[in-house]
Design a binder for this molecule. Structure first.
Ligand code: PLP
Length: 357
């Protein structure tokens, strides 16, 4: 079945972004492909990024889909296991577990089976989300090392809360707190997400964990991915299914939120919030019609948008309409919608057909 709204995923851009990010830090790369590869499709993303040193996912099912696709790369479960029932599958899939909470430690300590899980001990250096008190690191490493279900050495991680703000001193404090806490414990270290890699070289450590940058998108509010030498991976398009002229004074769409000040050609494209194009986008938001620009006129509907074609005089039914992608950064759309590009990318819905090129 053909759906109007569709996305292309540029695997050569994914590979190029991986290379670019490798240049930012002299560290091994854990490619973060959680949330279905930030909405790009986890399996095609994993295939394109197979050269990464490891993958990082949030859920066991995500790891399963990578293994089912025949890939044997190292996989780290960023939130570890939620329940003891997941232990057997995690062992079978050969996953590495983040241990961030007492119940996960106890789960491993109570095991009698012979499998040994590689473990990443997560310390909370200021985000106040997941992780143990930094001061407890040495003691926890001792307990984990003594545990028959754990494969040493224990690896060490933390997560940065404010790395996307290059002027915020929180990051330097987090890095210092982490370094002090892990001291000369054995095991590899990882601190940085994309923003850490690009703005805080002291956060690079042995491993880095880029997510958003791999998809060609900037983690910084004031920059786009292209400013950082990255290439956008996802292009979201649809097509015009109707074009009409609305008389002066005519109001367009639900609530009549946009009024024509003069006779105006309005195009209707088959995409809406049912595809993940956010309803928060207001009139004036740009869309691309070839080299021309159209502007959203009126409210976003579930399956349709209405576009002022004033500056796209040649636009006609069947023409492609680009919502974001190469030349129309998803960062721009996120700013206009009052959100971050992560949310727009992850929010593309299942009915949008993804074509990998
Ligand atoms: C999502 C995530 C990342 C990747 O962050 P980006 O900002 O997308 O680079 C890294 N580490 C952890 C623990 C994460 O949850």
């Amino acid at each position: 079945m053909n759906r109007a709204a569709r996305a292309t995923i540029d695997s050569s851009a994914l590979r190029a972004n991986l290379r670019t990010l490798r240049g930012a830090c002299d560290a091994r790369i854990m490619a973060v492909i959680k949330a279905d590869g930030y909405g790009h499709g986890i399996v095609p993303v994993a295939r394109a990024l197979a050269d990464a040193d490891a993958f990082a996912v949030a859920r066991l099912e995500e790891a399963l889909s990578i293994r089912e696709a025949g890939m044997h790369n190292r996989i780290i479960l960023l939130e570890g296991l939620f329940h003891a029932e997941q232990l057997a599958l995690a062992a079978q899939l050969g996953l590495e577990l983040v241990v961030h909470a007492p119940q996960q430690l106890q789960m491993l300590e109570s095991l009698t089976q012979s499998h040994r899980y590689p473990v990443w001990l997560k310390l909370d250096t200021g985000m106040n989300r997941l992780g143990f008190e930094p001061g407890a690191a040495a003691g926890l490493v001792r307990r984990l090392s003594a545990c028959g279900a754990v494969q040493g050495p224990i690896q060490l991680m933390t997560h940065l809360a404010n790395a996307d703000d290059p002027d915020d001193a929180t990051t330097a404090r987090q890095v210092e707190l982490f370094s002090d806490a892990v001291g000369d414990l054995p095991g590899e270290r990882t601190i940085a997400n994309t923003a850490g890699m690009l703005a805080w070289p002291e956060s690079c450590a042995d491993w880095v964990r880029p997510g958003i940058g791999l998809y060609g998108v900037s983690p910084f509010a004031s920059k786009n991915g292209t400013d950082l030498g990255l290439r956008p991976v996802m292009t979201l398009v649809s097509e015009l299914i109707a074009v009409k002229t609305v008389a002066a004074g005519g109001r367009v769409g639900y609530g009549g939120a946009w009024t024509a000040s003069h006779p105006t050609r309005i195009g209707v494209a088959a995409v809406g919030y049912g595809d993940g194009y956010p309803r928060h986008l207001g009139s004036g938001t740009p869309v691309r019609l070839g080299a021309a620009t159209g502007r959203i006129a009126g409210r976003i509907s579930m399956d349709m948008i209405t576009i002022d074609l004033e500056d796209a005089p040649d636009a006609k039914v069947g023409d492609e309409v680009m919502l974001w992608g190469d030349g129309l950064p998803v960062e721009t759309l996120a700013r206009l919608a009052g959100t971050i590009p992560y949310e727009l990318l992850c929010g593309v819905t299942r009915r949008v057909a993804m074509r990998v090129v």
